[in-house]
Design a protein. Structure first.
Ligand code: PLP
Length: 404
């Protein structure tokens, strides 16, 4: 007989994974994957950090290690260290016990649990996010029953920040609404506000009682300084107001598949924070009961040991430096070819991504004729490039731009 699932319709492919599959199936020796946001070495290989390898060895040899269940909120030491990483070692919010941190399944899980918490316990069910933003962002909130709206962010004419538009849209947002902000290394644009602009954003948001939810997936990937990159969050915490943060270790420690992250909620008082935490447990328990231990143990081993922490920072800086160097080399290559247009945004943008300004038609041309893969909005992952492949990309862009 027919399957009881006969009437299940086929869901559309998820674009970033579709690009990955198309790339894998392409037999061309010249193919180049600039799609999904993962770090690659100069040889185009995935990078397992040495300090992660070292931490794993220590964990394997630790006699007291076991695989018992963690509490619902995860590894307590990991939570403490994660809060310190994002809010700073001397954060008064942490000292006053006003922060609750729960260990979640990476940035995605932190965003999803945070959205669920807000849907159940916050009075406003609208979230504003930047236009454009990370493709999965709307999904976390829609799945929780929260209405998604956007604020202007990116100006396609300058490939930079539309700061005026952003302020106008936040100013017109319904009071109390949730605002999703990317702490640094904005995905997909590579465009971040500067600190003076952040200060204006903060003032406006506090004035209107808008609730900040920071997505922090690239702390350290912009300046190689964890403190400098976390500054936007710390400005909002320093004013005594409340906020949420979703911290991810996927990119910054190269722990993608380990799914390690933390959701923090900064509250006005320690009493509120502890009640909030009690409700987070009720949300997590029926979803996956408690998080996995391995990745969080790696992070904890690194963060708590000053020597390994130092090694991590060195490796983080090497990744960041390579990305910055790719920006400069790509800009130079485009400039050398006298390709029409101002390409200076390539070096002005920061973090792992650049929204190049190439349109969907040009991207399709690059894929078809040059086997270069990227999302149709023209976003490239700079870590997917190398000194060897940049001339090829620049030639391809030259051809794409000269067609129109
Ligand atoms: N947030 C942003 C801005 C991202 O770019 C990503 C991944 O690309 C994520 C969150 C989610 O990643 P993960 O769930 O691995 O932390």
């Amino acid at each position: 007989g027919d399957s009881v699932f006969e009437y299940v319709t086929r869901a559309p492919d998820i674009p970033v994974y579709a690009v990955m599959v198309a790339y894998k199936e392409d037999p061309s020796p010249f193919k180049l994957n600039l799609g999904i946001g993962v770090y690659r070495t100069e040889e185009g290989k995935p990078l397992l950090l040495n300090v992660v390898r070292k931490a794993e060895k220590l964990l394997v040899n630790e006699l007291s290690a076991n695989k018992e269940y963690l509490p619902i909120t995860g590894l307590a030491e990991f939570n403490k260290l994660s809060a310190k990483l994002i809010f700073g070692a001397d954060s008064s919010a942490i000292k006053e016990n006003r922060v609750t941190t729960v260990h979640c399944l990476s940035g995605s899980g932190s965003l999803r649990i945070g959205a669920e918490f807000l849907a159940k316990h916050y009075h406003q069910r609208t979230v504003y996010m930047s236009q454009p933003t990370y493709a999965n962002h709307p999904n976390f909130f829609v799945a929780a029953g929260i209405t998604v709206k956007t604020y202007r962010y990116y100006d396609p004419t300058t490939c930079g920040l539309d700061f005026q538009g952003m302020l106008e849209d936040l100013g017109a947002a319904s009071s109390g609404a949730i605002v999703l902000l990317q702490t640094c290394g904005h995905n997909p644009t590579g465009v971040d506000p500067n600190l003076e602009q952040w200060e204006q954003i903060r003032k406006l948001m506090r004035l209107k009682g808008l609730l900040p939810f920071f997505d922090c997936a690239y702390q350290g990937f912009v300046s190689a300084s964890l403190d400098a990159d976390a500054q936007p969050v710390r400005m909002f915490v320093a004013d005594g107001g409340e906020c949420l943060t979703a911290l991810s270790y996927s990119k910054i420690m190269g722990l993608y598949a380990e799914r390690v992250g933390a959701l923090s909620i900064v509250c006005k008082t320690a009493d509120v924070a502890s009640r909030v935490e009690s409700q987070l447990k009720l949300i997590i328990r029926p979803m996956y009961s408690n998080p996995p231990i391995h990745g969080a143990s790696i992070v904890t081993a690194i963060l708590k040991d000053s020597e390994m922490y130092g090694e991590w920072i060195t490796e983080l800086k090497a990744m960041t430096d390579r990305i910055t160097s790719m920006r400069q080399q790509l800009y130079n290559a485009l400039h050398d070819r006298a390709i029409p247009g101002d390409w200076s945004h390539i070096t002005k943008q920061v973090g792992m991504f650049s929204l190049t300004g190439l349109n969907a038609e040009q991207v399709a041309f690059l894929t078809k004729e040059y086997h270069i893969y990227m999302s149709s909005d023209g976003r490239i992952n700079l870590a997917g490039l190398s000194t060897k492949t940049i001339p090829y990309l620049a030639d391809a862009i030259h051809a794409a731009v000269n067609r129109n």
